[in-house]
Every structure is written in structure tokens, then in C-alpha cells.
Design a protein around this ligand. Sequence first.
Ligand code: PMV
Length: 315
Amino acid sequence: MVRTSSPGKVILFGEHAVVYGEPAIALAVTSRFKMNVRPRAGGKGHLVDGHRMTAAHHSYFKYAVENYWDGGPLDIATDSEIPSSSGMGSSAALTTSLMGALVELSGGTIDDERERIARQSFATEYGVQGRASPTDTSTATMGMGILLAKGPMDGLLWHVERGGAEWYIHRVDVPQLNIVVGFTGIKGNTGELVAKVRRFWESNNFAKETVADIGKLTMEGVEALNAGDVERLGELMDRNHQMLSILGVNHPKLQRLVEAARPHSYGAKLTGAGGGGSMIAITDEPERVAKAIQDAGGRPFIAEIRAPGLRRDGD
Ligand code: PMV
């Protein structure tokens, strides 16, 4: 049996724009997707949590196993600390955990195969979800902080190209930040939101400019992170949120949580695909911001960042 786990993530800057090859920064959080995978003795077909694996219920598992596993039937048990469809990257954490388990069951090691795991996990997300960026799968695989940029910089890990876009994937240093996540309780559909932004982008120059502006702002965010300048980070987050609203992925409940958090925060923005899902705030008063989010009808969660990436856990 192999036990693996991968972290969830929050996107600090650049969601949606990153789908077009613009930069983004994502931070791994300590909530993890955990998995036990064992060969299934004496049975036909794969099982997930005791149920037969189907495309309707286990799309990521099925895609990954069909494309990247040539052994026998598997028995997979999952245990997630990451709420699904909350914008915290549970599908990427699931996919990378599974891919890591498949590598270890085949006699390889996660540490030797990290790049291949990240590439195959991205291909799986892309295959299941349609157009996507490698943000979530890179962060779940590597942990800590990840920058996707338009060209190579310090900390380069690898380069990825897909669907006419390309990304240079880097490690990025992450200072200690207090991040509070507020989940609206509304599950956003990432595929539909990405498609909605695409229709806007295809038909409208202002949308194209907004996507490019998000990219520029994200690179300013890299400088602010490197300088440990939280005030600047907060201002940039507020502006990024405004730009995401222009792209049409905000939601009244998200806006309520963002506004509730701001009086006690450096900055706040929606994170992930939007349309519901979650927001994040950076603050020196996490308990106070969590309370404000709760009072505004959200589900707060004080996120610990600087979390390790995909790993094999003790048997
Ligand atoms: O909802 P999430 O956390 O999976 O965020 C998706 C981020 C997008 O930029 C909207 C899509 C992507 O694949 O990068």
C-alpha cells in the first residue's frame, strides 16, 4: 500500500489571466488531500472509497488511471481536508496525490519524478476540465510558493506549453503571511467560469487589456513578495479583485466577504475561479477577519502557508 498527500492552494494573483499565459502566483496551504492506494486482490475494476470507479463520479481518477497506469485493479481510499469546489485546488491535490501513488507503486520515487508527476497531473486536469493552466497542479506537486511567468527567471523549475499558451514554472520565496480564506459555500464551476471569460476575451478588447493588466500587476506582486512589503501586496490584491470583477467572475456573496474583511486587512480578493468559491485576505488580525467573514455569512478558515508539496506519507 502507498499513502500520499498533496496540499491545497490559494492563488495570490493572476487567476484567469494565467489561462492565457499571463503570470500567476499560488501558495500551498497546510490542508491536504490524502490517499491510500493498494493493488486490489481478487477483484475486477478499480474502486474509489469502496465504489466502482466511474467517469461520472471519479473523472480525475479515471483519466489518470486510464492514461498513466498499466498495472492491475486498484483500491483507492481518500481523505480530504480541502473543501471541494471551494477554489482551494482540491482536484489538483487529488490528481497529484494519485499520480505520486502510481509512481511509487511502479517502483519509482516521487522525488525523482516530480516534474513528470506535475506534467501528467496538468494533462489530466486539462483532459477532464478543458482549458486550464498548470497553476494548481504545479503548486500541489511542489508546495510552498509557485510563480508562473512568461519567461525564465531565478528559481526556474520547468517550462510547459499547451493549447497555444506557455508558462515558465518557478519556485518563489514566500514570507510568513497571515491569510484568511472565506468560503462562500457556493460551489463555483471552474470550467464554466473559464469558458465565460474566454467568450468575453474573444469578443472584447477591453477584456484582453484587463487580462494583460492582471499579468503586469502579478509581476509587481512578485517584487512586493520579494521585498516582504505586505502593504503593497494588499493594494495589489484589491486591484486584482477589481480586475476580476471586470472579467465577470465576482459574485455578490464573494463581494460581501471581501468588503467585510477589508477594514482589518492589508487587502482582499477572490481566489481561484470565482462565481462563488472563496476569497482571501492578508491581515495582522486573522481572528478578527475570520469573525468578520463569519458575520457576513461566509465560512472562514485561517490558512497556514509555506506547506510542503506532494509526498509519500508513512505507511
Ligand atoms: O477554481 P480553481 O482554484 O481551480 O482556480 C482555477 C484558476 C483559473 O485560473 C481560473 C483556471 C486555471 O486553470 O488556472
